[in-house]
Design a protein around this ligand. Structure first.
Ligand code: ZN
Length: 443
């Protein structure tokens, strides 16, 4: 008898399920589908928390947040913690598993759930990937920072023996594979709560004061509240099943924070491990290719100009050439920082390079150094008698009002105090990208 060992039983076992592009711009939410799949596969345990992986925000066909999901099912062992509740039943996540889930069951159930909940009539192009091993980490980095093509993904999925199912073109297979390929370097968590179905589409009942208090009392959470405008940032504006989502660095503190929000009673909640707020999308290089986001050094090349609509454009020079940076209207007070910059100021800037118009959408910036700004206070004094002078206009120079002699001295100037100081600046909470690392996390 010939005994063959499967590589899947030698490595730590896993039964990974990833999906993406199930929601349209208007409705649903791919994370909600995760709760439906967890519910449908409740005979198995979740191994590790579900993963919510945001991908390149610059890809033209992105859905609302361009986020893909990856779950791992099996029979758990070792430490476990409660990471959610679905229809009043607790959901646990285990550190390890002693047996993976049955591949055929997982495939059949997830396929049924993706078919049921995807919004293909509204332009979604869902993809589902089932695998016992992870794709190469390079797949994640390429999908978060650049563009991935289906052929590359298919080749990698074949190599690892993964199964991919697509609907309406199956564009979501790319994102699903990238989410599965993610090995966190930096990580955050998000607890998302979901509404009872009968409330979908109705105004969300959330007490803003409690959101403000949560933001104040739980410093490891971020992007909760826009204090300047007095607006919460935790709930979406679309009629989707999400009630609110709270993000943070510490899973335990995050749970206390999320439960401190006073709101309508959610139907379920689930904690996700995520690459949100990590800056994983930034390439540390001067901007060259559109559709990518960069982290680069530059020098302000001219004064900013404000366009109709309130967008502020700032010309800069990088080691790869000249570039227009933009602080768009929704970035509100961040635009004042950009307006206060002067030619010669040194910056480190971050943002996405757009194709048309070819501008870099600023996400964050560090003022490294400021030039001295001076303004004219008066004409020069006469160098011969010290008297006052008057300008000779187009001819240039000055003539003394007392002795009548001409001079070419520069006018007298004074240093103007700059309105900004060196340091980091970011747009308000409501205008931030999912992937942008809040300054709060950097300190
Ligand atoms: Zn004089």
């Amino acid at each position: 008898m010939k005994v063959t060992s499967s590589p899947n039983t030698l490595a730590s076992p896993s039964m990974l399920v990833a999906f993406d592009d199930t929601d349209s711009l208007e409705s649903m939410c791919t994370t909600f589908l995760a709760t439906e799949i967890v519910k449908a596969l409740q005979n198995y345990d979740l191994i590790g928390p579900p993963r919510l992986v945001r991908l390149n925000p610059a890809v033209p066909w992105k859905t609302r947040g361009n986020g893909a999901l990856c779950l791992n099912f099996g029979m758990g062992k070792g430490a476990c913690r409660m990471i959610g509740e679905i229809d009043d039943l607790p959901v646990y996540s285990y550190d390890r598993m002693y047996e993976d889930a049955d591949r055929r069951t997982v495939t059949r159930v997830s396929m049924a759930m993706v078919s049921k909940w995807s919004r293909t009539s509204e332009g979604a192009s869902p993809g589902l990937v089932i695998s016992q091993g992870k794709p190469s980490p390079g797949l994640y980095w390429k999908a978060v920072r650049g563009m991935m093509h289906m052929e590359e993904v298919t080749k990698e999925l074949e190599r690892i023996g993964a199964e991919a199912i697509g609907w309406e073109g199956g564009r979501g297979i790319i994102g699903a594979s990238a989410a599965m390929a993610w090995r966190p370097k930096d990580r955050t968590y998000e607890i998302i709560t979901y509404r009872r179905p009968e409330r979908w589409g109705t105004p969300r009942e959330i007490d803003d004061t409690s959101v403000q208090e949560m933001d104040r009392d739980h410093p490891s959470t971020f992007n909760n509240f826009d204090h300047r405008r007095g607006r919460r940032a935790i709930s979406p504006h679309t009629p989707c099943p999400v009630l609110f989502g709270v993000r943070g660095d510490d899973p335990v503190a995050l749970m206390h924070a999320a439960f401190s929000v006073r709101s309508e009673r959610p139907a379920s909640w689930l904690m996700f491990l995520s690459n949100q707020g990590t800056d994983d999308h930034l390439v540390r290089a001067p901007p060259t290719l559109p559709g990518r986001s960069y982290d680069f050094d530059c020098t302000v090349a001219g004064l900013s100009r404000t366009l109709v609509g309130g967008h502020v454009i700032l010309p800069v020079t990088t080691s790869a050439g000249d570039l227009d940076c933009a602080a768009y209207e929704p970035s509100k007070e961040f635009r004042e920082v950009v307006k206060a910059l002067r030619p010669g100021d040194r910056l480190r800037a971050m943002g996405e390079l757009r194709e048309e118009p070819r501008t870099l959408n600023l996400e964050k910036l560090q003022v490294i150094s400021l030039v001295e700004e001076r303004r004219k206070v008066s004409n020069p004094r006469c160098p011969y008698c010290g008297g006052g002078t008057k300008s000779l206009g187009a001819a240039g120079g000055y003539r003394c009002k007392k002795c009548g002699r001409r001079n070419d001295l520069p006018p007298r100037t004074a240093v103007v105090p700059r309105e900004i100081s060196p340091g980091w600046y970011e747009p308000p909470v409501c205008a931030r990208r999912h992937l942008s690392k809040p300054l709060k996390r950097s300190s």
